[in-house]
Design a protein around this ligand. Structure first.
Ligand code: ADP
Ligand code: MG
Length: 229
């Protein structure tokens, strides 16, 4: 038990530290990328090859930040009453441009107010990682549907895409560190997502079929929807 406690305290320190450097690291990465791109355009074949390798590695570094730390905040874990609909709207707002880029659509259906206890930044990070995977699974045009409702004291969130889908072998490996089938993937997104959902007493399940799409179902304990804080 003591070990467990020490480990979780260490993790806390690491994540605080990571959060505080994230924003400082992202900018220089972007600037460096811009200059390298510029240099690469004016260079000979062999050099261009090196530049492209370097650019790929820079993208990998940015990918790690996106998967882990997009919403990381250098403050103590802060749990509040969350309006799940608002959180999902925010997530859709952030990812809509990415979907549009490839001709995809994100649909969000909310029929009632839903409230839970949790950390807003972390919930958004978890949802972003899931929805981003769905967008990346679409073959250009395609649809990601998100809907949420309450049932038996739980909040249920569905994220469903009609993308490439997965076979049982892939399904079994989800959440494993560095498991990725993408050329620019980090294989960290779902690992982080699983941890966050677990920490919020939630559960996550994947249903998928190769060639027809994937549905993710997440459950969280719900709280009464009172207007007072
Ligand atoms: P990454 O996105 O960097 O590859 P993730 O942990 O987010 O890492 O996802 C791991 C792998 O799970 C992906 O590479 C992909 O093969 C598979 N995957 C996750 N979500 C989906 C989805 N909605 N449709 C198809 N494959 C998926
Ligand atoms: Mg991912």
């Amino acid at each position: 038990f003591n070990d467990e406690l020490q480990r979780s305290e260490k993790l806390e320190v690491i994540s605080e530290l990571a959060a505080s450097v994230t924003h400082e690291v992202r900018n220089p990465l972007q600037v460096t990328r811009g200059f390298m791109q510029l240099l690469s355009e004016n260079s000979k074949d062999k050099d261009r090859e090196y530049f492209n390798l370097a650019l790929k590695e820079l993208d990998r570094a940015s990918g790690i930040i996106t998967d882990f730390l997009t919403f990381a905040k250098p403050e103590m874990e802060h749990e509040t009453r969350l309006n799940v609909g608002d959180e999902l709207k925010h997530v859709r707002g952030i990812l809509q441009p990415l979907a549009n880029l490839s001709g995809g659509t994100i649909e969000l259906e909310l029929t009632q107010d839903l409230f839970m206890i949790g950390n807003s930044s972390k919930l958004k990070q978890a949802m972003i990682n899931i929805v981003k995977n769905s967008i990346e699974a679409l073959d250009g045009e395609g649809l990601v549907r998100i809907w949420a409702y309450a049932r038996n004291g739980e909040i249920i969130i569905h994220i469903k895409d009609n993308g490439i889908g997965m076979d049982d072998e892939d399904l079994a490996r989800l959440g494993e560190a560095y498991f990725s089938k993408k050329s620019k993937g980090t294989g960290l997104g779902l690992m982080v997502t699983f941890r966050i959902i677990e920490a919020m007493q939630g559960s996550i399940n994947f249903y998928s079929k190769k060639g027809s799409g994937t549905e993710v179902v997440i459950c969280f304990p719900s709280i009464m929807s009172t207007k007072s804080e």
